[in-house]
Design a protein around this ligand. Structure first.
Ligand SMILES: Nc1nc2c(c(=O)[nH]1)N[C@H]1C(S)=C(S)[C@@H](COP(=O)(O)OP(=O)(O)OC[C@H]3O[C@@H](n4cnc5c(=O)[nH]c(N)nc54)[C@H](O)[C@@H]3O)O[C@H]1N2
Ligand SMILES: Nc1nc2c(c(=O)[nH]1)N[C@H]1C(S)=C(S)[C@@H](COP(=O)(O)OP(=O)(O)OC[C@H]3O[C@@H](n4cnc5c(=O)[nH]c(N)nc54)[C@H](O)[C@@H]3O)O[C@H]1N2
Ligand code: SF4
Ligand SMILES: [Mo]
Length: 710
């Protein structure tokens, strides 16, 4: 450094009059990287920067989103007062007026349309305490059966698949620390390099240590670039692909007979079915050569250890549950689960993608991963909550189906907390129509999102910098997000808002909480004895141990690092293999009218519906509009020039986006990210067929036509 530069930095430092450091966790993905916001006062201006902080999962790393997260949290667009819509315009009102309005409208709707006309739409980006409380708010506060959340669009098929096969759903069966030591890794429909960037060193180390990595994705991505073998399959053909690998494993006897016999069920049925499948047909249908199918099976079957990771590429399909189960079959026949360096990972998405699916904001679920339809589960939770079991509603319907019920007139009011469904649900045109039809829509958000703009009442909430609570990360590690940044304007914590409304509805005694820790103390009891047992976890213990992996059944155990070492979670202790017929799902195929597959997903610099990342100048500058990734040969066929506007049409609607030529995508497939709204909202194109088991939409495969806009 030159003298001049040193002087510059010394002068600059001297101008810093004060510095404050706030501990927090990134508000975005499931890595939940620990970080610190550094706030410096320089003369009369505040300057901010975010730096990583060491912890067992992210080891101090941050990606570009985390580094810039404070830009949206401190943005002037944050809502700072409740807003009521009057004659089409939002007017600030006091909290008293807002609550008064809610109570009046809810009482009226209950009287006229019935309790189940009220609905609640939650999120996996809120804390465990808030997810737990939202479920209780719906069932005890409003007494409605209609609650579901955005996780339904995210990991529902991985959860259902794991529950059916293993009897339990914790995304990762092993810790991240085991990845560097495994010998073979299958990455099925996951783009970790862009979606969980700080996880990458675990995989890079595995590669350095000699692991063979196979990626399955119709596109080349920064993740597939890491792989030794990239299976660039046709979208939606993953069941066929996994079945082909399974057939080779069984035909060549690369299976673990002892494991199959002692630890699993239904192998003979699977074997019988797999004899009927034809590898040549699979190669044609998937677009993957026989050589590559063999190479995958041979390496995975022969190596001493192996892991399979799935994410939304294979899960967000109308046969997502079956797809996940067909990959789990591969682990079971080779005995690569429940052992050191072998296991499964469903890579969760949102910050609390894991925890928020365990404590009762899902339509059919009660805390601790209990079932709302099982008598003993109902009795247990009714007792914890101090209510009569008969007053506990039964199960409701899934996220998208709630919007169908609005169209049918059965649901007339919705309370949305931390989600932007008009951008994130399939068939966005129907969502818009449904939200407009509601008699009363309340949205709790940081910003006036596209969904909030349609609300009758918008309530301002606190961000990750201000709101303390626990979140369960990608490993199943329960982490405590400290938060002490001053609250902006009149915003209130999500949990506080729920307690306030419940109190005014006459249910105050059930919502008597002064802070997040008190809610967690009740959650511990509610989860005790359930599959997701948090009863041995306390704020103090999390602080001391930097997070605890569930299940943790008492305060003397360290939590559970590796699952299924001796038993699976089904009653008889065995895992259930499944016969997954390749031809079972009737998927759309390309034809003259819609000649291209459309798949949707993410880019590194934006997050979900973009509501937060589009507010951040550093992130928005990297990608400021949606795009259509298209192979140059395909583009030329349809007269689409590079960087030109294209109209994309499906049977559900149309959008206009800019073309981006790329040889990394298949010629029969185009890709559009879903972080943008209105005419760039790709969900206007996505069909509303749902997976029969878990009600997941098929975000990863639609059929479309394209035309240039001249
Ligand atoms: N930057 C960024 N990071 C995020 C998010 C974000 O919005 N932005 N969101 C977070 C959330 S909530 C989630 S759920 C995760 C999602 O994380 P991922 O699931 O990894 O992300 P996606 O981009 O949705 O899809 C992954 C890959 O699946 C591929 N794919 C598409 N169709 C198919 C198919 O039919 N078969 C196969 N095998 N692959 C297919 C896509 O090409 C894509 O590369 O990311 C989390 N992290
Ligand atoms: N086409 C297509 N669609 C998809 C997907 C896809 O791959 N393709 N992926 C799906 C997936 S995996 C997911 S997870 C969903 C996500 O879908 P959404 O839940 O709709 O996405 P977000 O953008 O996270 O919406 C969160 C909203 O809550 C606000 N917010 C942020 N923090 C807080 C908070 O602490 N409290 C409250 N009350 N509000 C807050 C934000 O400003 C934002 O408006 O989208 C799904 N939709
Ligand atoms: S987006 Fe994910 S990987 Fe990036 S800093 Fe945040 S939590 Fe970490
Ligand atoms: Mo997600």
């Amino acid at each position: 450094m030159t003298e001049l530069m040193l002087k510059y930095f010394r002068d600059k430092q001297q101008k810093v009059q004060s510095e404050k450091i706030y501990d927090t966790q990134c508000p975005y993905c499931s890595m939940q990287c620990k970080m610190q916001l550094i706030e410096q006062r320089v003369i009369s201006r505040k300057k901010h920067k975010t730096v990583g902080k060491d912890n067992p999962t992210s080891e101090g790393r941050l990606c570009v989103k985390g580094m810039n997260a404070h830009q949206h949290a401190l943005h002037t667009d944050r809502i700072k007062q409740p807003l009521r819509k009057v004659n089409g315009e939002f007017k600030p009102i006091s909290w008293e007026e807002a609550y008064q309005l809610i109570v009046e409208r809810y009482q009226e709707i209950k009287r006229i349309d019935g309790k189940d006309a009220l609905s609640v739409y939650g999120s996996a980006s809120i804390t465990n305490e808030e997810a737990y409380l939202l479920g209780k708010f719906a069932r005890v506060g409003l007494q409605t059966r209609h609650i579901d959340y955005n996780g339904r669009l995210c990991m529902a098929s991985a959860a259902t698949g794991a529950n059916l096969t293993f009897g339990m759903d914790r995304g990762f069966t092993n810790t991240l620390g085991e990845i560097p030591h495994t010998r073979c890794i299958i990455l099925a429909g996951t783009n970790i390099a862009e979606c969980q960037p700080t996880i990458m060193p675990y995989f890079e180390k595995a590669k350095e240590n000699g692991a063979y990595i196979i990626a399955i994705d119709p596109r080349e991505t920064s993740t597939t670039n890491l792989a030794d073998l990239h299976l660039k399959n046709k979208p939606g053909t993953d069941v066929a692909l996994a079945s082909g690998i399974l057939k080779i494993l069984i035909d060549l006897d690369l299976v673990d007979h002892k494991f199959i016999q002692q630890r699993t069920e239904h192998f003979e049925d699977v074997k019988k079915y797999i004899q009927s499948v034809n590898l040549d047909t699979i190669a044609t249908d998937t677009g993957i050569s026989l050589d590559d199918l063999y190479q995958t099976a041979l390496v995975f079957g022969r190596e001493s250890s192996g892991m399979i990771f799935t994410a939304r590429g294979v899960e967000q399909q109308i046969n997502g549950t079956d797809t996940v189960r067909s990959f789990l079959n591969l682990l079971l026949v080779t005995g690569k689960i429940g052992k050191k360096y072998s296991g499964y990972g469903a890579i969760t998405g949102q910050g609390n993608g894991q925890g928020a699916r365990e404590h009762g904001q899902k339509a059919d679920q009660l805390p601790g991963y209990r079932s709302i339809e099982k008598e003993e589960d109902r009795k247990y939770i009714a007792k914890v909550w101090g209510i009569e079991e008969q007053t506990l509603p039964r199960k409701g319907v899934s996220a998208y189906e709630m919007f169908e019920k609005i169209i049918d007139g059965e649901i007339t009011s919705m309370f949305v907390m931390c989600s932007n469904p008009i951008v994130s649900n399939p068939n966005a045109n129907l969502i818009q129509k449904a939200l407009k039809k509601l008699k009363f829509l309340v949205v709790v958000d940081l910003f006036l999102s596209e969904t909030a703009k349609l609300a009758d009442l918008v309530l301002p909430t606190t961000s990750y910098l201000e709101d303390e609570g626990t979140l369960t990360n990608v490993e199943g590690r329960v982490m405590l997000r400290e938060a002490s940044y001053p609250i902006q304007g009149e915003a209130k914590h999500d949990w506080e808002i729920l307690c306030d409304i419940a109190r005014l509805l006459g249910k105050g005694s059930f919502f008597n909480f002064k802070n997040a820790e008190e809610i967690f103390e009740e959650l511990r009891i509610a989860s005790k004895g359930g599959k997701a047992d948090y009863s041995g976890i306390t704020y103090d213990r999390i602080r001391k141990k930097q997070g605890i992996l569930w299940p943790c059944t008492n305060c003397n155990t360290a939590g559970t690092e590796r699952l299924f070492e001796t038993n699976f979670a089904h009653e008889n202790g065995k895992a259930k293999m499944a016969v997954i017929p390749i031809s079972d799902t009737k998927k759309p195929s390309i034809n003259n009218e819609f000649p291209l597959y459309l798949t949707t997903g993410r880019v590194m610099s934006h997050y979900l519906t973009g509501e937060q990342t589009r507010k951040s100048p550093s992130l928005a500058a990297r990608n400021f509009e949606a795009f259509l990734e298209i192979h140059p040969d395909t583009a030329e066929l349809y007269g689409i020039k590079p960087d030109s506007l294209v109209r994309v049409t499906s049977k559900k609607g149309w959008i206009i986006v800019r073309s981006k030529w790329s040889t990394s995508i298949r010629r029969d497939t185009v890709f559009v990210p879903f972080h943008w709204t209105e005419k760039q909202n790709v969900n206007r194109l996505v069909d509303d067929t749902l997976d029969p088991y878990c009600r997941m939409p098929g975000f990863k495969m639609s059929t479309v036509r394209i035309s240039p806009i001249n």
